[in-house]
Design a protein around this ligand. Sequence first.
Ligand code: NAP
Ligand code: GDD
Length: 346
Amino acid sequence: MGKAKRALLTGITGQDGSYLSELLLKKGYEVHGVIRRSSTFGTDRIEHLYRDPHESGTRLFLHYGDLTDGNNAAALLQEIQPDEIYNLGAQSHVGVSFINPVYTVEVDALGVLHLLEAIRHCGRPVKFYQASSSEMYGKVVETPQTEKTPFHPRSPYGCAKVYGFWQTVNYREAYGLFACNGILFNHESPRRGETFVSRKITRAATRIKLGLQKKLYLGNLDARRDWGFAGDYVEAMWLMLQQKKPGDYVIATGQTHSVRELLDEAFGLLKLDWKKHVEQDDRYLRPAEVDLLLGDASHARKTLKWKPKVTFKKLVKMMVEADLKLAEQEKILHQAGHRVHKTEYE
Ligand code: NAP
Ligand code: GDD
């Protein structure tokens, strides 16, 4: 048996990091993830994969680090000697990027450069995946969006991701690095952060159903997104690094839906009328909005032989069912006198 491939993931504690770790471990990889020091545990999404490092057979290892620290990137490469790096770490909330633009750029733009520089100087061939985003299309100049569609970012997050995209292309062209951009359209799951609109809706709808919450406050209901399932999308990331040549790929379902349609679907599954529960709150409006995203993943379908398996309806159902279970657990706690209040701030 050959030596197991070694992957290094930034953002391992995030939604995509957890699904990608599962996939790579199943494929026999040794997986190394970067985690940030925090005053509370932030490893819930990978808890089911983690074993005591002293236990024989452990293939998941965690290392402290931060994308803003270039020395850390170089040291991790030296220590781990990975074959593949997946850069999933980011301040990934578009709304928050308007509030913390400089920090967002330090992590989402310069963080990419730190990794590329570390690879360039490490003296080994390391394949690199950059988590680029459909947010780069912003004020879209054509629909659907492909790898050839020009970018027009509409947020500090989008601008930072454009920087990371081009720097990845540049290191590929200038230094011959095997570096790929996945231009991923929105992808969700029961593990999605609770302040992104899909999860905010499925969490609130299920809590409302069980009497744990009365209202849901949202921003722009007219925005349209191409929503897919995160579990499908991480497979495309891996496929990109298994090709003969590096490249850039749009990953999307080719279907677009409005936030309103997402509300219809989620509340409909619970036999609730969302109009009785949802109120608009200007706090959730952004200074500039991305109105419509719709991706054409023909290149990935043809070259990677990748296609999404989970439809919009199936995705919403999966999220509602998972959140209903969570709400049921909360209700038991509530009935036992525990506080189940949630702070709403994004
Ligand atoms: P997520 O759930 O928000 O996870 C983000 C991850 O980045 C977390 O592990 C977080 O760590 C880590 N992180 C944040 N700041 C960091 C820093 N300064 N140094 C090191 N790590 C840091 O995001 P996701 O949905 O999994 O997305 C993964 C990547 O794909 C991100 O780069 C995102 O921008 C990009 N993307 C996402 C989508 C989507 O629809 N989900 C679409 C296109 C592109 P903590 O747990 O400690 O906070
Ligand atoms: N978060 C949030 N909260 N969004 C809301 C709300 C709300 O209360 N009300 C309406 N929206 C609208 C947003 O204005 C946006 O148009 C849409 O719902 C989707 O918002 P998010 O779920 O926050 O996702 P996003 O599209 O801004 O960004 C996500 O997808 C990008 C790929 O296109 C993030 O995952 C990014 O990291 C990712 O790159």
